[in-house]
Structures are given as structure tokens and as C-alpha cells.
Design a protein around this ligand. Structure first.
Ligand code: B12
Length: 585
């Protein structure tokens, strides 16, 4: 990799100027008071976390963000009150902004909306974050996007002292917006504002939103945390990480947490729920919840890192959870934290220590190789703007292949044999085998263009794997691919079918734009669509998206509720292709 490929622009902004601009705006934008800060007489969540760590108290995190702001405010208050009444302390809320919030107010109205919360004004941030004495964590769609500065200003005014999400900066894309220089400029300026606050404000980064979602090796995920910490040091602000979405194996979950403790990467923000293991009914998901939450509670007891633990409601794989379901999960966590103490003697410290050492060793090598590689490529490693933009443009897959801790091996998925394989890879392979069944009918010769409408790419990885096993060709349509790009790729490659995996509550509008564009281009390529087939109806202020499967089918989409639906659809497409070949027009 070299500078001219990564940063060909002659006049990039300088980090020092942007940080100075951000620092200067601290004269106007300061951390406001909040119900949380005054209730606990603390200056910031960082101080509060340090106190909890010293006391050995395990903290709790809940994720909320409904489209209807009044419902979000009600949730903010009622979840805290219900837990408080039962003696369970809810420490923090992760506030889930909608992805349209990633764009500045001036142009937000024309942005595509997802399923999350829209807070139009600074006052809306303030009203929400003061509805109960719980720390407000603005963790999504703030840092990393064109609206980073104005959303950070609003979050600070609301008294939030944890703001993110640096992980999203590296991997997320807002539909129709590809100006990465603008996103980086806004992010670095916002970081300058954060660093200049009189009270410490944590930069939050969910590593599973970032490159850890793409890496095949957990050691590299830990290494990336260390690299992001180095970047935060360039900025002069503390950083706290979240992890956990993609870790289903308890030993690795505990070892990763202990490695963070040993690296002094604490306090962290929260440990995310291992929600990829929610695949069943609510009753089955309670088992998945207990399996990850118990080890998270134990980790905080054994070596506190200040991460709050996150009991994700068991309906999360079906829909956005309701307020009473969040309360239920929190009360469950409160009791589980108490019971966790009795499990402590069952932990094998030697096994955890060995795994922790392997992780740290690999992470250290990744960190050193990545910094060395950046410098060698001609990137100014003292300039946060250059480093951030170069890493984002390299992307997780290239970074892992070039600088990963594992031994190079062209047959391995990430280009290297992982030091500690990411569990999601095994899980996808298992899902593919289960969906294919014992004797799947092969469809050799079929070429399918596979893409996602947003950042969720496990569905795509699964379909790619299944196509491969069926002898078909999976053409890479990319992740977060706009319909226009997919139309261009269809014209270029003439696939037999397009397969889309979509999760962001845009299934119908995405399909309609794609279908119309293909028609205009004179193409009638079959479109298979799966994932979360829902959408909040346009103009509706209800908080929950509605299923659009029937509408999609009525408009000609091949609706796939499960991965196994791929096979009958492919068989039909193959049969029609064979018939066309037998009797050409
Ligand atoms: C993992 C995950 C993430 C990861 C994704 C990492 C990655 N690189 O893929 C991360 C952490 C990055 C993430 C981010 C977000 N996520 Co998310 N995420 C999930 C989660 C936990 C699992 C989804 C998944 O990968 N499943 C694995 C696949 C293989 O299984 P499956 O979904 O059951 O799919 C089956 C079928 O549908 C089928 N299938 C899927 N696609 C296709 C396609 C075809 C053609 C076919 C044939 C079949 C098929 O195959 C599977 C097996 O049968 C779900 C919740 C859950 N437990 O389902 C939320 C979820 C999808 N996320 C959600 C949201 C809101 C977000 C965010 C907006 C949150 C935020 N505020 O930041 C962001 C997205 C931002 C963006 N720019 O796009 C919502 C979507 C809400 C909705 N539409 O109703 C969910 C449902 C959580 C929730 N209940 O709120 N997420």
C-alpha cells in the first residue's frame, strides 16, 4: 500500500487545524448538567465508572431509541424507574439514533430513514438525556459521519460524557453519501471539541461495529483497539471500547475482557450482547442471554474494566424490543450479577490466562505491523486525519491480510491463519450446511450477484458460502451498496439473479428503486431478497417498522424468509435459463 493509492488528494485538511477548530468551539459548546451527573454528584461517566470499578460493582447498560421521541423519553424514564423499584441500578443508556441523523440538519430531510430515533434539535437531546438519572451514551451515528460536529455539540449540551462511535467511522456508510473527506473532517473537529472539555469525555468505539466485524482473527480485533487508543492519544482524549456482538464462545469472551484489563484499556463503555446467538424463540434466546451475560458479569468481578454489561431483550432478533421487554432483561441481569459470584470458583484461571496471553501477543504484533505499514506507505502517523482516512480507505479485509497477526496462508479466509478465529465464521459455515440440508441439488453455471443494502453482511457471507457449495458463482456486489451501483454491476456482469440481504428497515423502497432502475435499463433480472424485510411506513410516526414481505412478493421480488429459500428459487431460475437456452428467441 502506498500514499498515492490511499490518499491521492494533494490538499487534505491538517488534523492540527481541525482539532484547533474543535477546541475553539469549546468556548460555546460545553458539557451541560444532567440528571445523571447531579444525582451521583460526579463530573463525568469516566469518574463514575472508576468508582464502580474500585467498589467491584458490575454496571448495567440498556440500548434504546424509538422513532417517536416521546416514546424514547418515556422509555428513558420508565425503564430506570421500574428497575430502581426492584433494587436494580441501570447505569447507562446507549441511545440509538437513526442513520439519517448521520447527515447535517440542513440536508437531513432528504436522507433515507432507517428504524432509529430522530432528534431534530439540541433541545430534543437535552429532554431525552434528562428524563432519568442514567448516563446518556450517544453511541451511534455521531462520530464518524458528516454530522459529527453538530451531533457532538448537542450530545455534550445534554450532559453526555460518552460519545461515539469511532468504530462506525471505519465501516459504516450512509446511503447516497460517499464523501469520506467530509466525514473525517467533521469527526476530527468533533474530537477536538471532546478533548477540550473541562470534564473528561470518553470517545466511544464499538469494535464490533468497526473492523472486528470484518476480521477473521480476534487477536487483530484486540490489536485494533490498541491502535484506536494510539489515535485517541494523538487527539488528547480518553477512549473507551465496546465489544461483544460477535463473541459467542465464553472462553474468548472472558479472555478478551481480561486482555483489555491487562492492557489498561479501561474503563470501557459496555460489553455488547452476543446477539448473533439470538436465532430462536424468546424462550430459546433466554438461554443465549444467560450464556453470555454470566461470563460478562464474572469478568467484571474477576478483573473490573468498567464495561457495563448489556442484557439484550430476547425479542431482538424478531423486532425492536418494547419497553417492558427491556425492563425484563435488566431485572434478569440484576439477579444474574448476584448469582455470578457463586460461579467464580468454576473458572479455570490457567485456561483464561493462556488465551489472554495469545490474544495480547497477537494484538501487539498487529499494532506494530499496522503502524509500521502506515509509516512505510508514507502516511503522516502523527496526523490523526491522515491516519483515520488511510485506515478507512484500506478497509478491514485489506488491513487484516496485510498486517494481521496470523501466519500468511492464501487458503485462509482473511489471507492468514487466525491466532484465535472469530466465532462468527464457524457459525456461518454451520448455518450454510444446515440450510443446504443433506442432499442439495447443485446449480452449476448460475451466476448470482450478491449484495447488502447496509452494513449487515453475515446474510451475504452465508449466501456466498451456500452458492459456492452449490457450484454456482457468487459475484461480489459489495456491502452498503446503493441500488444505482447494483444496476451498473448488473449491466456489467449480466448475472442470472441478484440476491440482496437487507436489515435496515428499507427493504421495500430499496427493492422498488432497484427494480425501476433495472427496468429503465431494459433488464428483468430476478431479485431474491432476505434479511429483515420491514420498513417504517413513510409519513408514519409509529415507532415500529412493519413487515413488507407481502408487498415485496406482490411487486415481483423473490422473498426469502430463510436461507433455505435460496434453493427452490435458484432451481426455478436455472430451469428457466435452461429452457431459454433450449429454445432461443
Ligand atoms: C450482527 C448485527 C449487527 C452487526 C453487523 C455486523 C456485520 N458485519 O454483519 C453490527 C453491530 C455492525 C450491526 C449494526 C447495526 N444494526 Co444490527 N444486528 C445484528 C444482529 C444481531 C444479527 C444480524 C445477523 O447478522 N444475523 C445473521 C444472519 C445470517 O441470520 P438472520 O439474520 O437470522 O438471517 C436469516 C435469513 O433472514 C436469511 N437471510 C438473510 N439475508 C438473506 C438474503 C437472501 C438472498 C436469502 C436467500 C436469505 C437471507 O439467512 C439467515 C438464515 O436463515 C441483528 C439482531 C438479530 N439477532 O437478528 C441486528 C439488527 C439486524 N440490527 C439492527 C440495527 C437497527 C442496526 C443498526 C442500525 C444499529 C445502530 N444504531 O447502529 C446498525 C446498522 C447501521 C448501518 N449503517 O447499516 C436491527 C434492524 C431493525 C429492523 N430493521 O427492524 C436488528 C434486527 C436489531 C434490532 N432488533 O433492533 N448489527
Amino acid at each position: 500500500m502506498n500514499r498515492s493509492d490511499l490518499l491521492p488528494e494533494p490538499d487534505l485538511p491538517k488534523a492540527a487545524d481541525l482539532l484547533a477548530e474543535g477546541r475553539a468551539s469549546a468556548a460555546t459548546w460545553q458539557t451541560g448538567p444532567s440528571a445523571f451527573l447531579s444525582h451521583y454528584a460526579t463530573a463525568s461517566e469516566l469518574d463514575y465508572k472508576r468508582t464502580a470499578m474500585a467498589q467491584g460493582r458490575v454496571m448495567q447498560h440498556a440500548q434504546i431509541g424509538y422513532r417517536d421521541p416521546t416514546k424514547s423519553i418515556r422509555a428513558y424514564h420508565d425503564i430506570w424507574a421500574a428497575c430502581d423499584a426492584q433494587g436494580t441500578r441501570l447505569d447507562r443508556y446507549g441511545l440509538c439514533l437513526d442513520w439519517s441523523m448521520a447527515l447535517p440538519r440542513a440536508i437531513r430531510a432528504r436522507a433515507q430513514r432507517g428504524t432509529g430515533m430522530i432528534l431534530p434539535t439540541v433541545e430534543d437531546f437535552v429532554s431525552l438525556a434528562n428524563a432519568a438519572p442514567v448516563a446518556a451514551h450517544f453511541g451511534d451515528f455521531v462520530l464518524g459521519f458528516p454530522a459529527a460536529l453538530e451531533n457532538t455539540q448537542a450530545a455534550l449540551t445534554a450532559g453526555a460524557t460518552a460519545i461515539g462511535n469511532l468504530g462506525q467511522y471505519f465501516t459504516f456508510r450512509v446511503p447516497g453519501h460517499d464523501d469520506d473527506i467530509e466525514a473525517t473532517r467533521a469527526t476530527v473537529t468533533a474530537l477536538g471539541l471532546i478533548a477540550a472539555q473541562a470534564t473528561p469525555v470518553l470517545i466511544h468505539s464499538n469494535i464490533d461495529d468497526g473492523f472486528a466485524a470484518q476480521f477473521t482473527d480476534l487477536a487483530n480485533a484486540l490489536g485494533m483497539i490498541l491502535v484506536e487508543r494510539d489515535i485517541a492519544a494523538l487527539i488528547g482524549a480518553p477512549i473507551g471500547h465496546a465489544f461483544g456482538h460477535h463473541f459467542s464462545d465464553p472462553l474468548n469472551r472472558l479472555a478478551f475482557q481480561q486482555a483489555l484489563a491487562a492492557e489498561g484499556a479501561a474503563p470501557g463503555t459496555m460489553i455488547y450482547g452476543n446477539t448473533t446467538s439470538y436465532r430462536g424463540t424468546p424462550s430459546q434466546n433466554w438461554a443465549a442471554l444467560s450464556a453470555y451475560l454470566l461470563v460478562d458479569a464474572l469478568g467484571q468481578r474477576l478483573a473490573p474494566t468498567g464495561h457495563a454489561i448489556n442484557p439484550v431483550p430476547v425479542t431482538e432478533n424478531q423486532r425492536i424490543p418494547e419497553i417492558d421487554e427491556v425492563i425484563e432483561a435488566q431485572l434478569f441481569a440484576g439477579r444474574l450479577i448476584e448469582l455470578a459470584a457463586t460461579w467464580q470458583p468454576l473458572i479455570d484461571p490457567a485456561a483464561v490466562t493462556t488465551q489472554t496471553a495469545r490474544l495480547r501477543d497477537g494484538a501487539g504484533r498487529f499494532r506494530a505491523a499496522l503502524w509500521h505499514g502506515l509509516a512505510e506507505a508514507g502516511i503522516d502517523t502523527a496526523d490523526a486525519f491522515e491516519v483515520l482516512l488511510a485506515l478507512r480507505r484500506m478497509g478491514g479485509r485489506r488491513i487484516e491480510a496485510a498486517y494481521g497477526a496470523g501466519t500468511p496462508d492464501p487458503r485462509a479466509m482473511g489471507g492468514r491463519l487466525p491466532v484465535i478465529p472469530a466465532t462468527i465464521l464457524h457459525e456461518i459455515a454451520e448455518l450454510a450446511l444446515a440450510a443446504l440440508g443433506p442432499n442439495p441439488t447443485a446449480t452449476p453455471g448460475l451466476r448470482v450477484l450478491v449484495a447488502t443494502s447496509d452494513v449487515h453482511e453475515h446474510g451475504k457471507m452465508l449466501i456466498d458460502e451456500m452458492l459456492h457449495r452449490l457450484g454456482a458463482t457468487a459475484l461480489d456486489g459489495g456491502t452498503s451498496t446503493d441500488p444505482d451501483r447494483l444496476i451498473a454491476l448488473t449491466q456489467q456482469h449480466s448475472p442470472d439473479a441478484i440476491a440482496i440481504s437487507t436489515y435496515n428497515g428499507v427493504a421495500l423502497s430499496y427493492y422498488q428503486t432497484l427494480r425501476e432502475g433495472l427496468q429503465r435499463a431494459g433488464l428483468d433480472t430476478p431479485i431474491l431478497i432476505g434479511g429483515r424485510l420491514n420498513q417504517i411506513p413513510e409519513g408514519s410516526n409509529t415507532s415500529l417498522p412493519q413487515d413488507v414481505g407481502a408487498q415485496l412478493a406482490a411487486e415481483g421480488a423473490l422473498v426469502c424468509r430463510e436461507a433455505a429459500d435460496l434453493m427452490p428459487n435458484l432451481a426455478d431460475i436455472a430451469a428457466r435459463k435452461a429452457a431459454r437456452a433450449a429454445s432461443p428467441p
